[in-house]
Design a protein around this ligand. Structure first.
Ligand SMILES: NC(=O)c1ccc[n+]([C@@H]2O[C@H](COP(=O)([O-])OP(=O)(O)OC[C@H]3O[C@@H](n4cnc5c(N)ncnc54)[C@H](OP(=O)(O)O)[C@@H]3O)[C@@H](O)[C@H]2O)c1
Length: 227
């Protein structure tokens, strides 16, 4: 069976991805900041390996890539993310918080995808997925505020599109997704859809990806999204 590696797998969309892939018989490499007391993640039945990984710690990323040397990873999901302070305007901008969000949402997907490129290239499916957001859409931005999160996701779309070109010759398919507005800690209880709906759609779309999709930005249901 194939192998998926998911960052931020201890709650929210990452946890639901771990649950669904494990139920489908996949080997799941579930990473999370604190692997002790991972709660629901520890209760998932199936072939689930839990590893500690703070995605912003590049030494930890390199160490895990080295520990997993020789393991083929069919689907690598850059899922971990933070929103940062909400509703912050330009005048009261917290630039230190902005840098932390960029380190998490923008820099870490490239660092992790680069560190694990050999593992992905050695697999059958060769897919790198980054969970972005519709809030990355520059064309769709018609209101103010949320500089931090929006810019971090717009930037990661560009970063991973460049990466898609760089790894195309190795047969790696690299795409970005909006997971929907989902009822997680980040999305809140009033969001449009639940985690099961989002992840069921994401998994179905990921399963159907081909090399011609690489570098593109999709909704969880497989429809193309505007930049
Ligand atoms: N929910 C939505 O409506 C929505 C919409 C668009 C995009 N997204 C994106 O979807 C992804 C998942 O979001 P979610 O809704 O599941 O959010 P969530 O419930 O807040 O979960 C976020 C996950 O990311 C992890 N994480 C954050 N910083 C990390 C770090 N430095 N190292 C390792 N793990 C880290 C968290 O771990 P801890 O428990 O250790 O904090 C947690 O497991 C994110 O990239 C988010 O931006 C979500």
């Amino acid at each position: 069976m194939p192998t998926v590696m998911i960052t931020g797998a201890n709650r929210g969309l990452g946890l639901e991805q771990a649950r669904q892939y494990a139920a489908d018989g996949w080997t799941v490499i579930a990473t999370c900041r604190n692997p002790i007391g991972v709660g629901e993640l520890a209760t998932i039945e199936g072939d689930v390996q839990v590893h500690g990984l703070d995605v912003t710690d590049h030494r930890q990323v390199d160490r895990l890539a080295s520990d997993l040397q020789g393991t083929a990873i069919d689907v690598l999901v850059n899922n971990a993310g933070i929103y940062g302070p909400r509703g912050m305007g330009a005048a009261d901008m917290d630039y230190a918080e902005w840098e932390q969000v960029l380190r998490t949402n923008t820099l870490s997907p490239l660092k992790i995808s680069t560190a694990f490129a050999d593992h992905v290239a050695a697999s059958d499916q060769k897919k790198v997925v980054t969970i972005s957001s519709i809030m990355a859409s520059i064309g769709g931005t018609t209101s103010g505020a949320d500089y931090i999160y929006r810019s971090s996701k717009a930037a990661v779309n560009m970063v991973m599109r460049i990466f898609a070109n760089d790894v195309a010759a190795r047969g790696i398919i690299c795409v970005m997704f909006h997971p929907g507005w989902v009822q997680t800690d980040m999305g809140g209880p009033g969001a449009d859809i639940d985690e099961v709906t989002s992840v069921t759609g994401l998994r179905g779309t990921i399963a159907g990806l081909t090399t011609s999709d690489s570098g593109e930005f999709f909704n969880y249901d497989g429809t193309s999204l505007p930049w």
